[in-house]
Design a protein around this ligand. Structure first.
Ligand SMILES: Nc1ncnc2c1ncn2[C@@H]1O[C@H](COP(=O)(O)OP(=O)(O)OP(=O)(O)O)[C@@H](O)[C@H]1O
Ligand SMILES: [Mg+2]
Length: 506
């Protein structure tokens, strides 16, 4: 039972939480400007680099980010003091409180000013020397970052611990890229993102090359405590899992995923069969003839017949025809051609549709299968036959490699470029920073970058993260698992985010 004292304690705690915490005073050893200032950090307060602070002014709260902290000690920088110290046998801290000579100076980069009504304006005013500096309150933080209430809850700011909640539709329409070394938390982030979209009834289609997303169906009961600390509960989601028929084992409840021959583009067909230019020409003409004569119901047999006819009409060499026939036979062996699928059956509100591609399968076939599914989904969305959705492509470099022209890359570029118009969002995750198509990267309005320690990757990423500060980039190689720099069209400036625990899984 709660007593009155408990209640008063709680009230006092809440009251204290709302009060801005004083942490220092603006000094003018180097004059404050509208862009930067220094402050002396009070004794016994903790301030970290990256932390957001505020200083009251006549226009509103000047908000800035701590970019550097220096500690000076007048005793320990005094040569006489140090000489005496060396001569003495007893360590200095036993004889004397050297902390009395300690001075901590924090350098702050000003981000802007939160004026009345929670408007945020660019920096235009220096703080007064002597003014008190406070830890930024949640209200000032959300106003300056542009956090929306009821947005997708993806994690907390690493230093100020405030919840990062972003607008679902803005995120969806401007695409997301998730990068980082292996094991740093990319797939975990994609799963958190999926949970948040599903909570808003927005369907999510997941290309899952490692088969790690099916745990979305189970509530994460192992993390009850951690979840309740952030006001969440374990939850399982509606999941439909598809896989190519040859990769489904007995007793598995996956839905067989096949594509109809007529859903394939001749370009995709040529890629899957690894054809030469001449073979591709013959196939292209034959495919067109097949569609003309047999329409949507055409089968591989019809294609064989069309290849024969076209070879004869256009006098292709018999060796070319034979090679095509052989490759079409290999295609049949792959087992991905069949009745096809219906986008309306595949995409349902509040449901995660997983395309599980784990297992032994030729990479070319995997790519073409993904591209054909995505193209059909994109076209269905254009005709508004399915609701707006998010498409997650894990291990994105396999489908959109930088140094190879694949059909899957063409389709992913198309969605990245045009998805916005039709409310189909893309989230691409990859550990291969340099190996992922740059065009797709540049189309993504939200970039989530986990730990990266390879110099080539860091050099590559620096110019692409134009608004991210140097300090944040320098910290990339040192980030722990689950912490990322997030730079987004939904946020006014990039911050370090600790991704939240999952509600599903376990
Ligand atoms: N924010 C987090 N909170 C708790 N656990 C996490 C978090 N992020 C990642 N993990 C755990 O760390 C492990 C690795 O994460 P994950 O599989 O997401 O890494 P990844 O970057 O996708 O790796 P890979 O490149 O190998 O695919 C998983 O067991 C995951 O549950
Ligand atoms: Mg992963």
């Amino acid at each position: 039972m709660t007593t009155l004292m408990d209640h008063l304690d709680e009230l006092e705690k809440n009251h204290n939480e709302e009060e801005p915490k004083e942490i220092g005073m603006v000094i003018s050893r180097k004059e404050p400007t509208h862009l930067a200032f220094n402050f002396r950090v009070d004794d016994d307060v903790d301030v970290e680099v990256g932390e957001l602070v505020e200083v009251p002014s006549e226009k509103g709260a000047i908000v800035g980010k701590v970019s550097e902290i220096k500690i000076h000690n007048e005793y320990l920088s005094n040569p006489k003091f140090l000489d005496n110290e060396l001569l003495s046998e007893i360590p200095v801290h036993y004889r004397f409180n050297i902390k009395r000579g300690r001075l901590r100076l924090a350098k702050v980069k000003i981000l802007g000013i939160v004026t009345g009504g929670n408007n945020f304006i660019p920096p235009c005013l220096p703080p007064e020397p002597g003014a008190q500096v406070y830890k930024a309150t949640e209200e000032v933080l959300s106003a300056s970052l542009g956090i929306v209430p009821n947005g997708l809850y993806l994690g907390n700011m690493w230093v100020n611990n405030m919840k990062i909640t972003l607008d679902a539709m803005t995120l969806l329409m401007h695409h997301i890229i998730v990068l980082g070394a292996t094991g740093t938390g990319k797939s975990h982030f994609c799963q958190v993102l999926t949970e948040e979209f599903l909570d808003r009834h927005i369907p999510v289609l997941i290309i899952d090359p490692h088969g790690e997303y099916s745990s979305l169906a189970k509530p994460n009961t192992k993390m009850m405590k951690e979840l309740s600390k952030i006001g969440l509960r374990p939850e399982g989601y509606k999941v439909m899992e598809y896989a190519p028929p040859k990769l489904i084992r007995e007793n598995e409840k996956k839905i067989p995923l096949t594509i109809k021959l007529t859903d394939l583009d001749p370009e995709a067909l040529a890629e899957i069969c690894n054809m030469t230019d001449v073979q591709t020409d013959l196939l292209y003409l034959a495919f067109k003839r097949m569609l003309k004569e047999r329409g949507e119901e055409a089968t591989l047999d019809d294609l064989h017949l069309a290849v024969d006819k076209i070879a004869h009409e256009y006098k292709f060499l018999p060796a070319t025809t034979l090679a095509i026939m052989r490759r079409l036979a290999v295609l049949e062996e792959l087992g991905i051609l069949g009745e096809g699928f219906s986008p309306q059956d595949m995409i349902k509100p509040a449901t995660a549709t997983i395309i599980n591609l784990s297992g032994d399968m030729e990479e070319r076939a995997r790519r073409v299968l993904v591209a054909t599914v995505l193209k059909k989904i994109f076209e269905a969305r254009k005709r508004e036959e399915i609701p707006p959705l998010l498409v997650i492509v894990d291990e994105g470099h396999r489908f959109a490699p930088q140094d190879e022209e694949t059909y899957s890359k063409k389709i992913l570029r198309l969605i990245a470029r045009e998805g916005r118009k039709f409310k189909i969002g893309l989230c691409i995750a990859s550990q291969r920073v340099v190996g992922l198509d740059k065009d797709i990267f540049s189309q993504c309005g939200t970039k989530v970058i986990f730990k990266l320690d390879c110099t080539t990757d860091l050099n590559f990423i620096q110019p692409l993260l134009e608004s991210t500060s140097k300090e944040e980039l320098q910290r990339l190689p040192l980030l722990p698992r689950g912490v990322a720099v997030i730079s987004s069209i939904c946020l006014r400036f990039p911050v370090l985010m600790k991704v939240r625990v999952r509600k599903s899984g376990g």
